[in-house]
Design a protein around this ligand. Structure first.
Ligand SMILES: *[C@@H]1O[C@H](CO)[C@@H](O)[C@H](O)[C@H]1NC(C)=O
Ligand SMILES: *[C@@H]1O[C@H](CO)[C@@H](O)[C@H](O)[C@H]1NC(C)=O
Length: 333
């Protein structure tokens, strides 16, 4: 009971929103969306979800039909979610991967992420089917790893950082890396667009088939544009990097010593990737039920069970020592 109360207090909005944790599946240089069939992708990712994650993933095969386990606490979610990882740049210019950690109440081993699917943020009852769950084969990306300016980052509205003063800090959010040390770590917030063209499960840049509302925001129930008329759930994930572990080797000028694995020291290149993989219509049922961390229509598993579902790196390389360059030789620029 105490734990449920805690979750209620931590939820950033008063309305119902599906919220759960997924442990780490693997950390490696693979990207079946942007670089399918390519071992290895240019930069390191951290991946959660079903163990059908692979070098390439055929959109005609449901991940739920291939996976044998998932790291997520909702046991029917075989989706994959991934982001880049942070590296610490030491005074001697070597790099060390920043470990992740679970959210309050979510005891994932090896970090993982907290995932949200929000059907609506308007008050009152949710009409059944008001939001359409993603379909088999659906994928999308939000954000652009080549961006390095605030003007570019603003195109995405809701890719942000929270400098954690403690594990419950939720504001303010910034578009660039926090400027000062963050006592409890850096939380990376990735919110996806919430309108779909209703036809394409993917698009060449993995973005054009989805859109933000034409006016207003998802949060204030802004309408979808006519080009993308179908309202989809807001997918949102939080990743917490335990940056505080490096406080004893901080730059003398007090600046942030962190860089993304794709060589971004600004933070403006923040991005996230999604491959839908819920079993059958389980996600639609959860959206129609408008449920929260407790979601009776869904099957659950313990976080400890999710922790056991892990993959080993398919292409072995050292991503965790003190490295003289970022994996893949990614330049910092
Ligand atoms: C990943 O793909 C390879 C090659 O296509 C295949 O042999 C392997 O079984 C796949 N692994 C998983 C976990 O699906
Ligand atoms: C660089 O600095 C890190 C952190 O202080 C240290 O652990 C590592 O051994 C150093 N590497 C070299 C080559 O001096």
């Amino acid at each position: 009971m105490a734990k449920l109360l805690l979750f209620a207090l931590l939820a950033p909005y008063a309305q119902a929103l599906l919220r759960f944790s997924c442990s780490q599946l693997v950390v490696e240089r693979l990207d079946p969306l942007v670089n399918p069939g390519t071992p290895q992708s240019p930069h390191v990712h951290q991946i959660i979800g079903g163990n059908a994650f692979n070098i390439s993933m055929d959109p005609s095969i449901a991940p739920a039909d291939q996976a044998t386990c998932t790291t997520c606490s909702f046991a029917e979610d075989f989706s994959n979610y991934w982001t880049a990882v942070l590296y610490f740049r030491a005074k001697n210019s070597t790099f060390k991967r920043v470990p992740q950690k679970g959210n309050v109440g979510f005891e994932q081993s090896n970090g993982g992420m907290t995932v949200y699917y929000t059907p609506t943020l308007s008050n009152g009852a949710q009409p059944k089917g008001a939001v359409m769950a993603f379909k088999k084969g659906f994928r999308m990306i939000v954000g652009n790893p080549t961006y390095r300016t605030e003007a570019q980052a603003k195109q995405f509205r809701q890719l942000t950082y929270t400098c954690l003063q403690n594990m419950n800090t939720r504001s303010p959010e910034t578009l660039d890396f926090p400027k000062k040390p963050c006592p409890a770590g850096i939380m990376v917030n990735v919110r996806f667009p919430t309108c779909w063209d209703g036809v394409n499960l993917d698009s060449p840049n993995h973005m054009d088939h989805v859109s933000y509302p034409s006016s207003g925001t998802f949060e204030n129930n802004g309408p979808c544009p006519s080009t993308h008329p179908v309202k989809i759930p807001q997918l949102f994930f939080e990743t917490i990097f335990a940056t505080e572990q490096f406080k004893n080797d901080w730059p003398a000028d007090g600046s942030q010593p962190f860089v993304w694995s794709f060589g971004d020291a600004t933070g403006y290149g923040n991005h996230g990737d999604y491959v839908f993989g819920w079993k059958g219509d389980s996600l639609q049922k959860a959206m129609d039920a408008n449920c929260n961390i407790n979601c009776p229509p869904l099957k659950t598993q313990t976080i400890a069970t999710g922790n056991k579902c892990a993959q080993s790196q398919k292409v072995k390389e050292n991503i965790d020592g003190w490295l003289t360059e970022l994996p893949g030789g990614m330049p910092v620029m």
